[in-house]
Design a protein around this ligand. Structure first.
Ligand code: CA
Length: 162
């Protein structure tokens, strides 16, 4: 067996040949492979991935049986930074007019409304359906007229695979 020992190689370092994982290819790596000379088996290799990004989801209740008094306005907001898609449901549990507007906010700036209605329908409303997140904060403004209105609201947001 002919072995190249000492000196430097013109071939760049390749971690697959660093059998003792000490950051260099030297005589110890060659001794390791020499000891295995002639063996056979499955060539599939195990790989450990340490920087695989975790995919996150957000599943939160923004309001539960919240009573909005008559002739008033409330804002619900939450941080959605890092999420790509968002579903927003608002349930109007009582009758009475409820104006709804949904914006995103970044810094001090509000986007124009991405969704709005002069009167939300009774029952469950799918306001945003797997919609693209365009800002770090979602901002929901709800305004009543002559009657108090009870609502619940929830958000589900996901990060797509990258
Ligand atoms: Ca080595």
């Amino acid at each position: 067996m002919l072995m190249f020992v000492g000196g430097t190689s013109s071939t760049p370092y390749d971690a697959w040949y660093d059998f003792d994982d000490d950051g260099d290819i030297d005589i110890y790596d060659i001794v390791d492979i020499a000891g295995r000379y002639g063996t056979t088996g499955d060539s599939e290799k195990n790989v450990t991935v340490t920087n695989w990004p975790a995919k996150q989801t957000l599943n939160i209740s923004l309001a539960h049986n919240l009573v909005i008094p008559e002739q008033s306005s409330i804002q619900l907001s939450t941080d959605v930074a890092g999420y790509d898609r968002l579903t927003l449901v608002i349930v109007k549990q009582t009758s009475g007019v409820l104006m709804a507007r949904v914006h995103y906010k970044f810094g001090d700036i509000f986007t124009p409304s991405v969704w709005e209605t002069p009167d939300l329908s009774g029952g469950s409303n799918l306001i945003l359906n797997d919609s693209i997140v365009i800002g770090p904060t979602i901002w929901i403004e709800l305004t009543t007229t002559d009657f108090a209105v009870t609502i619940s609201a929830a958000i589900y947001a996901t990060e797509t695979s990258r």
